[in-house]
Design a protein around this ligand. Sequence first.
Ligand SMILES: Nc1ncnc2c1ncn2[C@@H]1O[C@H](COP(=O)(O)OP(=O)(O)OP(=O)(O)O)[C@@H](O)[C@H]1O
Ligand SMILES: [Mg+2]
Length: 725
Amino acid sequence: MFATKKLAMSVCHRTVFVSFRSMSIISGPKEKHFASCVHYSQVRGKRKNSFNSLFESEPSKGIVGVTSSERKNTKKLTPRDITTILTDFIRKPEIRNLATEKGLNAQQLRTAFVRFRSFCLNGEELPVELEIVLNDILVGAGHPDDLFGQFMDFAMKMYPHLLCREELSRICDLRDPAAWYPQARSLGRKIIFHAGPTNSGKTYHALEKFMKAKSSVYCGPLKMLASEVFQKMRDKDIECDLATGDDRIYSNPSGERSSRLSCTVEMAPLQENFDVAVIDEIQLLQDNQRGWAWSRALLGIAAKEVHVCGEAAAIPLVKNLLATAGETVEVHEYKRLTGLKVEDSALISLQNVMPGDCLVCFSKRDLYTVTKNLENLGHRVAVIYGSLPPGAKLIQCQKFNDENDECNVMVATDAIGMGLNLNIRRIIFVSLKKVEINSDGKRSLEPLSVSQALQIAGRAGRYGTQYEEGNVTTLNARDLRTLKSMLSSLPQPAEKAGLYPTAEQIEMFSYHLPDSSLQSILEIFTDLCQMDDSLYFMCNIESFMYLAEKIDSIPLPLRARYVFCCSPVNIKDNIVVTILLRMARHFSKNKIMDANWLTKQMQWPPQVPNNIADMSQLESLHDVFDLYLWLSLRFTDQFQETDNVRQMKKLLDSVIVEGLAHLSRLMSNDGDNEESMVSKVPKVSKGSFADNLIQSGTISPEVLDRLKSEWKKEQTKSDKDTKIE
Ligand SMILES: Nc1ncnc2c1ncn2[C@@H]1O[C@H](COP(=O)(O)OP(=O)(O)OP(=O)(O)O)[C@@H](O)[C@H]1O
Ligand SMILES: [Mg+2]
């Protein structure tokens, strides 16, 4: 169980659209990958243009209904007459107001008018009825307002969704999500919020209730946490099933469901009744990608008693959300079970690393560099990062946790940050910045949030492990003060919870807009939808849109199209996206995809990696297997060979673990020379004067960069001057 809360924030949980009401769940989470390669700004840009052009079809035929004999009685209209009449018409505020009432926004009104005018001016022959109206206005027998009907007929042909606007608005009215779950509402649920810092026993206390209840469900943020709970129950001989996006295990060999389920939050079954439900890491309901899954579980889980675990900063939002369902929240507060001390000095050099240390990096490149440097110093290192397959993560963690194993140092990304219990004595932050994806899908290098820093630091000195006192520090002296201030702050209160359109809503939209692509439907949905902005926001739809565009030309039924777009893939990963498209194409031809077919799509059997690029390729293959298994739970007929695929996945896991054992060699063979942040970390003894200034905190790297660029300019100038001389 290794991936962080922040991993969760940053990674591509190719989330899932799940029916918020009764339909079957069609997705699962994915603890991997950054969400996107297409900047949301691009998508946004496209969206803004495309929304207005979605239905902009040129009305080729005008308004008919008047005979040509009536035309003979009209006066010949000159282009100038028409322009004057139309200008008078559009200038009238009443006309604009009326058009707005009919649903045309300012931009649509402008576009429709420009097209209408050119239609009137450039059409070979005006429709007779329109000609008569224009004529009447010209001779004073009519009024410019009389054109409104003709104009709106024209505009409606350009924007046909305006005809069913009311119906569409009703479908995408997300103002009262609590009302979507009558089963949960009928129970008069008791809600208990277990609030506290990391390592305070929140999950422990909730799980006590989970174990003692006659029927119960645990909803965790990650596959590994759901698996850990499932395993704990097994160890105690308590019947419990497991459901993740790509796996379903029944404790009963006959395949009958048991009364207890451990699942990832996206898989929470809302149509079943339970005595107790646990929803872990509830503050993730504000996550840009996956927040909707927590909102859905919180409002919709049908349990008499709901135990919610998470940061105290989420209490007000949870209370406000549940107040809309008429429910109240009982808060149980906890204190950290062990001490956590911020050290007085930074690590400065990797030579100071000691057993039980975990160095946390925020990019894979840094992770590789630190690992290589530590291995060169003679350490045996366990490595954990988000895209590492869960099986490989587990092996790394076991190695690190085993007191008798030589491996006693860990290098990890923030993939270790959520709910995990590891044998860590000290957390060392290699950097305090990481790439974040905002709600518009833009990626930028941002400082860690207080919540993230606390979560990661909270991995040191876990209760019940070898080190019951935890220490925290930074690699660089310049970061230590910032870290201290972060760790002495409280996380920002959670402000809003995520929402997402359901498959049913999309289907209803499609019924009204039968000729529109799934992409267009989602765009219109997000533009038209209404929600309580004080409590909710719309989760990021970028990955869905990207896949919708990619599979647009493949003939698929809407529901299947929707499922493919929800697939847990990193859209940045070409290998996985390409195979997904092949799968969709095969599916559209109703062909079965067996393990043999799958191996033909990839390099198989896997070779022990020779460099980092090989390693990434193996990770992609692992994602392909996960994708196959994920789809197999949704399309059982076409994806049947799950046992074989699981076997292949195991083999791949072992090859990846083998690769990890030789990370330094892989790095030496790596053709990718992208510079790591760590490679810029100065070594105290051998560092340059400038480096030492940074390390001592005398100047910041930003100031140094500015100075460098100024020096460079000076240098160039003086070179030029020299040449001129
Ligand atoms: N009362 C207890 N008795 C025995 N073990 C406990 C008790 N409370 C907590 N623990 C153990 O302490 C460790 C930390 O507890 P837990 O995972 O519940 O913390 P948490 O508050 O949920 O932390 P996080 O915020 O990181 O998820 C776990 O291994 C848990 O089993
Ligand atoms: Mg916990």
